[in-house]
Design a protein around this ligand. Structure first.
Ligand code: IPM
Ligand code: MN
Length: 373
């Protein structure tokens, strides 16, 4: 089959990790007889440099017309250090979510047995975790009215939600739970916020239609603690935009490394896939960052296109790289040989194309040389 994929490498390390994800997709295309037509386009600081706009009209067009979008990262130190700059890279991503109505962000958090020893949390706490976070992505405080007063001494950001905005993401969360461990936990601040009370009411009503799924409510401050103390209690976590953003990053600790977590942002007509990690400008161009999150984003993209075997092939290759320790520095101990970003990408692509352990040259692996005979 032929698919068109919009590719947005973005800023910082975005381009180098996206290149590795494309290698994996190319290997899939060759092995399974597909054609992926990439259309590269810009978003974020690089787009501001070129066009003055973090989200050029051309980018929206390309994304709207693609079957799926593969995204790297956005953000530059210059903007982080100067909050007074009016035009900012993040505005591009937020506007893109809005333009494409990407209302649901899904972050799967899974522990890979091979990474447990690297994780900062105790092994007993994080073994066999499998959580999916469903974050509302197109409304709430991110998109409400915001203003700084004329004297610059006060500011506000409005958080608002409609029943409709809550419902569409809630249905997706319940449907996912039906296919998983049949539990949804709504994370909110219903003891303080009106919007959270509307969430509880709406989600409880919808929950009645999904009789096989248990529904639980948890205040966000407690949830942040429970996720690191006792993550096994969670299956699907559902939350509004800002709480979901924070909870997703907290939950990353469980996976052992932020370098391996991917996420999808989906709407009725479009879907975007990206690593959880940001643009890490200090590591830009050094060929040291972990490309697995981007490669796993490509696997999620294939799932979305209905290419399940193909997505599994990427997943298996990633697991094999972890098993063999063909990984970047973030997953290694001190003084251990670490593979470069490009080497990890090469291994994943080779493994997808060969899919045979017997082709592996184990002597070379730990020397960082060619891994496939
Ligand atoms: C994310 C990021 C964004 C967000 C930023 C870059 C605006 O943290 O995708 O989670 O807060 O949504
Ligand atoms: Mn975030």
């Amino acid at each position: 089959m032929k698919y068109s994929i919009a590719v947005i490498p973005g800023d910082g390390i975005g381009p180098e990790v996206t290149t590795q994800a494309k290698k994996a997709l190319d290997a899939v295309a060759e092995t399974y007889g597909h054609v992926f037509l990439y259309k590269e386009t810009q978003l974020g600081a690089c787009a501001i440099e070129k066009t003055g706009d973090p989200l050029p009209a051309e980018t929206i067009e390309i994304c709207k017309n693609a079957d799926a979008i593969l995204f790297g990262a956005i953000g530059e130190i210059k903007y982080d250090n100067d909050p007074s700059l009016k035009i900012r890279p993040e505005q591009g991503l937020l506007r893109l979510r809005n333009e494409l109505e990407l209302f649901c962000n899904i972050t799967p958090i899974k522990t890979y047995p091979k990474l447990i020893k690297n994780a900062p949390l105790k092994k007993e706490i994080i073994a066999e975790i499998d959580i999916a976070i469903y974050r509302e992505l197109s409304a709430g405080i991110y998109f409400g009215d915001k203003e700084v007063s004329k004297d610059k001494k006060s500011a506000f950001d409005v958080c608002s939600y409609t029943v409709e905005e809550i419902s569409r993401v809630t249905h997706l969360a319940f449907k996912a739970a039906q296919e998983r461990n049949k539990k949804v936990t709504l994370v909110d601040k219903a003891n303080v916020l009106e919007t959270s009370r509307l969430w509880r009411k709406t989600v409880a009503k919808i929950g009645k239609k999904y009789k096989d799924v248990a529904l639980d409510f948890m205040l966000v401050d407690n949830a942040a603690m429970q996720i690191v103390l006792h993550p096994k209690q969670f299956d699907v976590i559902l939350s509004e935009n800002l709480f979901g953003d924070i909870i997703s990053d907290v939950a990353c600790v469980i996976g052992g490394s932020i370098g391996i977590l991917a996420s999808s942002s989906i709407g009725e007509k479009n879907a975007l896939f990206e690593p959880i990690h940001g643009s890490f400008p200090k590591a830009k161009g050094k060929d040291i960052v972990n490309p697995l999150a981007s490669i796993l984003s490509a696997a999620m993209l294939l799932e979305y296109l209905g290419l399940h075997d193909e997505a599994d092939a990427i997943q298996r290759a990633v697991e094999k790289s972890l098993e063999l320790g063909i990984t970047t520095q973030d997953l290694k101990g001190k003084n251990q040989y670490a593979a470069s970003t490009a080497k990890v990408g090469d291994f994943i692509a080779d493994y997808i194309a060969n899919q045979e352990d017997s082709n592996l040259n184990f002597t070379n692996i730990h020397m960082g040389q060619s891994t496939i005979i």
